[in-house]
Design a protein around this ligand. Structure first.
Ligand SMILES: [Zn+2]
Ligand SMILES: [Zn+2]
Length: 446
């Protein structure tokens, strides 16, 4: 499946964890820190982190809390992002603990919810374990295992990885793609060629699918924005704080400069997105198109600011945190505009089943939201293609050159139909051992 990416490699007597991601869609009041790992965290020798999306790094703090003391290998940009994310988690948990204290302790009702402490001190400890590895440079891990990271073209900091070692008298290589970037949408650098390997563990999120081209995306976005601009309505764009917010800002500015989109003021309501925006600015060489700080974007400071902008006259673009409308600042704005037919809700992310975002896409005149039923008069439009993932053709183009050299392909990070579509296409191209492992399944290299 697409969430909760975590692979354990056992080689030369070492145990190396590739990514340590969270599952989304668990019970809402479940504390992720309470979830057990299917292995002893203290016996993991090292972690290699491909990138900082939650489905790849969300349980790293929990791993550290459960006794993992080894190094976390990742790119320098990932370290910067991880720092922002871990301190944000720590701050939120400390605030929650304080609130619980005021209410007389969390023992009643909520059981031991949020009982595991992860505060600022623990965030410092986790960051101390990070060892940065630049792209395209081999480093030796313990156990005589060579690690090399390569550009993945997915989001800032994202890498693929290759592990190489000698065991039982022969050389072994394993490549893990992490999340692989898409083509034809040049914000990130294109991904590097996949490093040759005996086993390729490859993502398959968009197997069987074709992304819209940048031109189609710009046209779809322009049409939706123009209608609200003409009628004086607000354009609400929910976006995840890491990656999607910065990508949307970049393309809105670019398409406004090119005259494709009406020249509206862009307001961004995303405190975490703003911190990460600053991190993005510190890594200019990581982008294929310059990511700039300028005055075209107004970062909203607090709730009053956000309310003022939302209730102001005229058309404006408001990008706010909360990609699937399951939380975040977007909900604050949605209350003001959900029943305004002049307004547009522009969805730029995948909307998981059961989320408010998915319900907004359904053709109903009314919707339950914020404790009551509302007239759903806002125009809801979805623009596809902002995904930082390779589509079917991209995946085939990436994996194709390994035909004849890679002996095993393991497709992960994809719903069964998507992974299945890719597996079929690979087999048709002569790849013989292609499977989609189940959770907890072991694949042997030999
Ligand atoms: Zn990702
Ligand atoms: Zn992912």
């Amino acid at each position: 499946m697409v969430t909760g990416t975590m692979h354990l490699v056992q080689a030369n007597g070492r145990r190396i964890l590739l990514d340590c991601g969270s599952h989304s869609g668990g019970a809402r009041d479940e504390d992720p820190f309470d979830l057990p790992f299917p292995f002893d965290a203290s016996r993991i020798d090292a972690v290699v982190l491909t990138h900082c999306h939650n489905d790849h790094c969300g349980r790293l703090a929990s791993l550290v809390m459960r006794g993992f003391e080894g190094p976390i290998y990742t790119t320098p940009a990932n370290k910067d992002i991880l720092e922002v994310l871990l301190f944000d988690t720590a701050r939120i948990r400390e605030q929650e603990a304080m609130l619980r204290g005021r209410k007389g302790g969390g023992r009643q009702g909520g059981g031991n919810r949020r009982a595991v402490r992860f505060g600022t001190a623990e965030a410092y400890r986790a960051i101390d374990q990070v060892e940065t590895v630049p792209l395209n440079r081999k480093v030796a891990l313990e156990g005589d295992i060579q690690l090399e990271l390569f550009e993945a073209g997915h989001i800032l900091g994202a890498s693929m990885l290759n592990l190489a070692w000698t065991e039982l008298g022969r050389d072994w290589r394993l490549t893990f793609t992490g999340d692989l970037g898409r083509s034809g949408f040049p914000f990130q650098h294109p991904h590097a060629p996949l490093p040759p390997a005996d086993m390729l563990v490859c993502e398959s999120t968009y197997g069987g699918e074709t992304h819209d081209t940048a031109d189609v995306m710009a046209a779809n976005m322009a049409k939706a924005i123009r209608r609200s601009a003409d009628e004086g309505g607000k354009i609400l764009i929910p976006a995840f704080s890491l990656g999607r917010t910065q990508l949307i800002i970049h393309y809105l500015r670019k398409w406004i400069r090119q005259g494709l989109i009406p020249n509206l003021r862009i307001h961004v309501d995303s405190p975490l997105g703003r911190k990460l925006h600053k991190t993005f600015l510190r890594h200019p060489s990581e982008f294929a198109e310059p990511y700039r700080d300028d005055l075209e974007v107004d970062w909203l400071e607090g709730r009053d600011d956000a309310t003022d902008v939302s209730l102001s006259d005229g058309a404006r673009i408001i990008v706010a945190s909360g990609g699937m409308l399951e939380g975040g600042r977007i909900l604050h704005h949605l209350r003001f505009h959900i029943d305004d037919p002049r307004a547009t809700l522009l969805l730029v992310s995948y909307q998981a089943p059961g989320t408010l975002g998915e319900q907004m896409l359904e053709k109903n005149d009314s919707i339950r939201f914020n404790g009551r039923r509302w007239n759903k008069w806002i125009d809801v439009k979805q623009v596809r293609g902002f995904s930082g993932h390779a589509d079917h053709a991209d995946l085939l183009a990436a994996i194709g050159p390994l035909a004849g050299s890679v002996s095993k392909v393991r497709l992960v990070h994809g719903e069964p139909e998507r992974a299945g579509a890719l597996a079929g296409a690979l087999k048709a191209r002569g790849f013989q051992d292609v499977t989609m492992p189940e959770m907890h399944e072991t694949s042997e290299l030999s």
